[in-house]
Design a protein around this ligand. Sequence first.
Ligand SMILES: [Mg+2]
Ligand SMILES: [Zn+2]
Length: 219
Amino acid sequence: MRASHTYTIRPKWHLFFLKAANHIFRMQISQSPKTKAIFLDKDGTLIRDLPYNADPALVVFEAGVFEGLRTLQAQGYQLAIISNQPGLAMGKFTSPDLDKLIQFFNRTFQENELELAGFYYCPHAPAELGFSCACRKPEPGMLVRAAEELHIDLQQSWMIGDILNDVEAGNRAGCRTVLIGNGNETEWLTGPFRDPVFTASNFLEAATYISTQKETTDA
Ligand SMILES: [Mg+2]
Ligand SMILES: [Zn+2]
């Protein structure tokens, strides 16, 4: 800004313009359309389940994952991982270990022409007496936070997972859900939020199913 003695607009007008500019800025944010997302469980869904592993060298992606994700990304879905990581609280690996794993996922997605919009994880152990967090699936906390940060319309979004706790988290958040029935769910506990829209036999089938569904109309 120029020096004040050459500045001819009176202070109150100056304030008025600042307020107007701020108002327009906020209107643009609230009016920009929300995007949609695919929320992805990691272990047993994107990669082979190896309990408490944080070593990138031991990660094996499931068949058809990248192909399926490219189809969904091409339809305008953002991709975000939603993962319980109780191994942190249990001392199975450290936070820097997990950071390296997240970098590995970012890199691997890029190498496969995919963009990972977010990697959300719950660092807490399963509920102990007197404490339970709001993020560990089947709670929907991670999806709700992702929706806020990535400006996502949950009703137009999907959760893909290999157990019913993934399904419940997705349904509680207001998404539609697909279960990959690969045998990883063993308890089959029932409940009001534990029914998926569709059960696929593998990731590609899940992605293909979602890519052929219409957007929901009741926004
Ligand atoms: Mg899983
Ligand atoms: Zn948590």
